[in-house]
Design a protein around this ligand. Structure first.
Ligand code: FAD
Length: 501
């Protein structure tokens, strides 16, 4: 029966019922979906394509659209025949999906090259790493009391709870919203952590104000370019990312994306998706994607669509949702601008109060919140391929540095940081959400069979957050399609899993 043959009122009623009610999903005949679209080929979209293939099997057609390059916010620039990460660069040792991807794809871990860190307050270095672990510990204790132990315990407790998600996912459980997901991990405690500033949680923990200003603020500035009014949950994600056990992918992190798309046998289309609209045919609901590629404008129909790109505010993908009843609410919040500048040159160590560059021992400089300081961090960076003989350049030599700043650096700022330079490459990222101190969470399920992966970023933005969201959405899409309500939004999962064994 064609939709156009129905009286308008009946058509509207069916459309409203099917498009407006998340419980109404796939055709009842049990047929698998024939075509799925993923919009975005960053780590989120690539991992989604991979997990969708795992769950729905080899027959379904998986089309992945990207208007830019595969990898999205995982990207490199070339300096002197070497590639350097400009976007997402470090991965935590407990990021199990990223680890698993690397293993399955036969990729290698990039060797880490030792380098010391310091904190600069605009005038002088106030905190520095030494060669001696015990001396560093002693100095931390001397300066900040037991704040750093309290912080470490807090972050570890949160990470331990977060790790439950891998167990839930291994048992096939999915969540329809970020709230449900966080609630299953840490109960109301985790949800509350998205609604209060990091500063409040830290003061409650008994972390000293000095430790916050001199250690935590610099970490938040380098990881999220923001301050400690960000929500406590995202603060914990950021602090976990500042621990020692970090790694990266040899050859560049974006290799994971291209590898996953290949392994998923996905059909990758270089095209910009312009509109999505629901199409009701008899009992089934599909979505029409209108897109533009080098070949011109075209459209395709899909049974399931996953939006794997930020939809909010200034980072908007430009996709219009048309014909939805009720219409989509706006995604009002904004993405933060982080400028990554890769400079090949001679660092001006005098700016950091080290007139003799040979005596400058640091590879990474973080900064406190200081008026007039125009950058968040400066780091001597290693290429994505590290040969066995590789050594980090000494500050008296020309090296490659990455500077994170809120604005592009002008000539005089570059002259302040560098004695001289050969090249400067600037990437202006819409990097991660601009977090408010109390964060509204974004939906993951927009309509039946229409999902929004980057909703997860409002709880935390990182490669692994996109990867866990990808697994969750593939599971959710599969359960919704097959009407397996008992595997979605279940309570008391730790207990259930124990009794399932
Ligand atoms: C400077 C910087 C440093 C970072 N550092 C780290 C780090 O060290 N560790 C870490 O874990 N994370 C880090 N992150 C965060 C991490 O990079 C992101 O969380 C992650 O890469 C997001 O992946 P994604 O696939 O969800 O989104 P994206 O990578 O943004 O992918 C979205 C894709 O959708 C495409 N797209 C958008 N609109 C359309 C459209 N209309 N049609 C078709 N395609 C479209 C885009 O071209 C893009 O490729 C960093 C990010 C930045 C910017």
């Amino acid at each position: 029966m064609e939709v156009s043959m129905l009286p308008l009122s009946v058509f509207l009623l069916i459309t409203t019922l099917i498009v407006g009610d998340p419980e109404v999903h796939a055709p009842v005949d049990g047929a698998p979906p024939s075509k799925i679209a993923v919009v975005g080929a960053g780590i989120g979209g690539s991992a989604t394509a991979h997990f969708l293939r795992q769950h729905f099997g080899p027959e379904v057609q998986v089309d992945v659209y990207d208007k830019g390059e595969v990898g999205g916010r995982l990207s490199t620039v070339s300096v002197n025949h070497n590639e350097y990460e400009t976007g997402g660069s470090i991965i935590h040792s407990l990021n199990l999906h990223m680890q698993d991807f690397v293993k399955q794809l036969g990729l290698k871990y990039r060797r880490s090259v030792a380098g010391k860190m310091a904190v600069f307050n605009g005038k002088e270095v106030i905190l520095e790493e030494t060669d001696w672990y015990l001396l560093d510990l002693f100095r931390l204790w001397w300066r900040y009391g037991i704040s750093f132990i309290r912080l470490q315990m807090w972050v570890e407790e949160i990470m331990e709870k977060f790790m439950r998600l891998y167990k839930y996912q291994a048992h096939g459980y999915a969540f329809s919203s970020v709230e449900e997901l966080l609630n299953s991990l840490g109960g109301s405690g985790f949800i509350n952590m998205t609604r209060r500033p990091l500063s409040d949680s830290l003061l409650e923990l008994g972390v000293s104000q000095r430790f916050i200003e001199e250690v935590i603020v610099p970490i938040i500035r380098v990881n999220y370019g923001q301050n400690i009014s960000i929500p406590a949950f995202i603060g914990a994600v950021s602090l976990a990312g500042s621990q020692n056990n970090l790694w990266a992918v040899e050859g560049g992190n974006k290799l994971v994306c291209s590898g996953l798309l290949k392994m998923a046998n996905a059909n990758v289309l270089k095209a910009e998706v312009n509109t999505i609209s629901p199409v009701q045919k008899e009992e089934s609901l599909q979505y029409q994607l209108n897109f533009t590629s080098a070949a011109g404008a075209a459209s395709e129909l899909y049974d399931i669509v996953v939006m794997a790109t930020p939809l909010q505010g200034s980072a908007t993908s430009g996709v219009q949702f048309q014909g939805f009843t009720p219409p989509f609410e706006h995604f009002p919040s904004h993405y933060h601008t982080t400028v990554a500048t890769i400079v090949h040159g001679y660092l001006n160590t005098s700016f950091f109060n080290f007139p003799d560059p040979r005596l400058f021992p640091f590879a990474n400089i973080l900064t406190t919140e200081t008026p007039d300081l125009f950058f968040n961090s400066v780091a001597s960076v290693c290429p994505v391929n590290i040969s066995t003989g590789f050594r980090r350049k000494q500050p008296q030599e020309a090296g490659v540095y990455k500077i994170f700043s809120p604005q592009p650096l002008d000539k005089s700022q570059l002259k302040t940081l560098f004695r001289s330079y050969y090249s400067v490459q600037t990437t202006e990222w819409k990097s991660y959400p601009r977090y408010g101190s109390s964060q509204d969470l974004s939906p993951l399920e927009l309509r039946p069979n229409l999902y929004y992966l980057n909703g997860i970023e409002w709880a935390g933005s990182a490669m692994e957050m996109s990867s866990v969201a990808a697994k969750n959405i593939a599971l959710l899409a599969y359960h919704r399609w097959n009407r397996q309500a008992d595997l979605v939004d279940q309570k008391d999962l730790m207990h259930r899993i124990k009794t399932e064994l």
